[in-house]
Design a protein around this ligand. Structure first.
Ligand SMILES: Cc1cc2nc3c(=O)[nH]c(=O)nc-3n(C[C@H](O)[C@H](O)[C@H](O)COP(=O)(O)OP(=O)(O)OC[C@H]3O[C@@H](n4cnc5c(N)ncnc54)[C@H](O)[C@@H]3O)c2cc1C
Length: 386
């Protein structure tokens, strides 16, 4: 393993020791079965890690996004996949920052104890994709309820969550002055909703990631489940999205270290033409370059975390961290696969699984192109391109 001094060693040691009970073989088997690592997520919950961001007064540990990101990083670094459980971490920001006292009282202690899971966030729609302000799912107020109609796609962990944060239009696009206005966020109790206005259709995909199409037909949500003010949901959900991007940056860093450890060990041991393949510069340099890029991305990840935790604007840093880390982990994944030769393709080495898992982050939760567009427009002041 690479020996680097990294912050939060105490958290790292504790998460590593938990992860030792769930080695790569465990995740490989789950991947082969297209299952869900329920045992692993339960163990994380019981150990309190899934309540890291919940304030102590509600039964959590009151840690920041920085510490949460270390937890996620260590899971991926150990050969696991945080994608099964990172939702609760990034959704928490939205509830903590914009939820009412009554909502926090109602949900947080139960989430902290593990009685409730808040693992899902429903934003993406099939016909509008990244163009979020054009979403067509509507929530219309009728007395003490909102009635939801529409469709979402790629909504993850719905089958392993009790609660979901939903973004829907409450004022038609044509009636708002700014297109980012008129959308609202709600807490959907999935236990009540599924089969009573919400239908869930799983999507088989390249990664073993539990994700779904959702169909809403007159789903009724009590008005007390509206988070914050009606019409301001897009602004609120950006907090969740920035947390998500930062956490995923950390997961990519964890993946990157895993690939570097794996390939370094392999090229030191694999002897071809009478010497370890790692003695060839053509093998060393791509590995070293990927490592350098992981280290650089890691600095941006900590910067994004620090700004988020200080309640400062962090959109640029969260986006840049996500892009740099996703690129670095993908570069490390390529080197790792390449220098394992044919063995990289064998499931028992775990390289092909981790390769598929880290590839996702070039596209989700936001594609590299959209990050570059964000930086061009919002950081460099260039004209909006779309
Ligand atoms: C496994 C998985 C899990 C997911 N989980 C969730 C979830 O839990 N909740 C949720 O809400 N969403 C989720 N998503 C959705 C994810 O956030 C979207 O797939 C992603 O944001 C891209 O949106 P899209 O697929 O609609 O692509 P599109 O918006 O159709 O874009 C396709 C591609 O076109 C390019 N592109 C589009 N517009 C531009 C432009 N203006 N300039 C340059 N290039 C452009 C980009 O390269 C982009 O990758 C998940 C997706 C996957 C695959």
């Amino acid at each position: 393993m690479i020996h680097l001094e990294l912050p939060h060693q105490d958290i790292r040691d504790a998460v590593r020791s938990l992860c030792e009970e769930f080695p790569p073989e465990y995740f490989r088997k789950i991947d082969e079965e297209r299952g869900y690592p329920a045992q692993f997520v339960d163990a994380l919950t019981q150990a309190g890690w899934m309540a890291a961001l919940i304030p102590q007064e509600y039964g959590g540990s009151g840690l920041g996004l920085t510490e949460a990101s270390v937890i996620m990083e260590e899971i991926n670094r150990a050969g696991g996949n945080s994608g099964a459980c990172h939702g609760q971490m990034y959704n928490m920001g939205t509830l903590l920052r914009h939820g009412s006292a009554a909502q926090k009282e109602r949900y947080l202690p139960q989430i902290a104890s593990g009685a409730l899971r808040l693992q899902s966030m429903a934003v993406t729609e099939p016909t509008t994709g990244t163009d979020t302000t054009k979403i067509k799912t509507t929530a219309v107020r009728k007395g003490d309820r909102y009635v939801v109609n529409g469709q979402k796609v790629w909504i993850s962990r719905v089958q392993h969550s009790d609660l979901m944060i939903l973004l829907a239009r409450t004022t038609p696009l044509a009636e708002v002055t700014k297109k980012s206005e008129g959308m609202s966020i709600f807490i959907v109790d999935l236990r009540e909703a599924i089969g009573k206005g919400l239908a869930v259709q799983p999507i088989l995909n390249m990664v073993n990631h539990e994700t779904n199409e959702l169909f809403f037909e007159n789903l009724e949500i009590p008005v007390e489940n509206l988070i914050g003010e009606e019409g301001k949901g897009f602004k609120y959900i950006l907090d969740g999205l920035n947390a998500e991007r930062t956490l995923i940056a950390a997961e990519c860093i964890g993946d990157g270290y895993w690939f570097i450890d794996k390939v370094t060990n392999y090229v030191n041991e694999r002897v071809v033409f009478g010497r370890p393949i790692g003695q060839n510069q053509g093998v060393q340099f791509p590995i070293a370059k990927a490592f350098v890029n992981i280290e650089a991305a890691n600095l941006m990840r900590y910067q994004a975390c620090a700004l988020f935790d200080a309640n400062q604007p962090c959109g640029a840093q969260a986006n840049m961290a996500k892009m740099l880390a996703a690129d670095a982990s993908w570069e490390a994944a390529n080197a790792c696969l390449q220098f394992h030769g044919g063995f990289g393709f064998a499931a028992e080495y775990d390289v092909e699984r981790k390769f598929r898992e880290t590839r996702l982050y070039q596209v989700a939760p936001i594609s590299t192109n959209m990050i570059l567009s964000y930086v061009a427009e919002h950081v460099l002041g260039l004209p909006r391109s779309y």
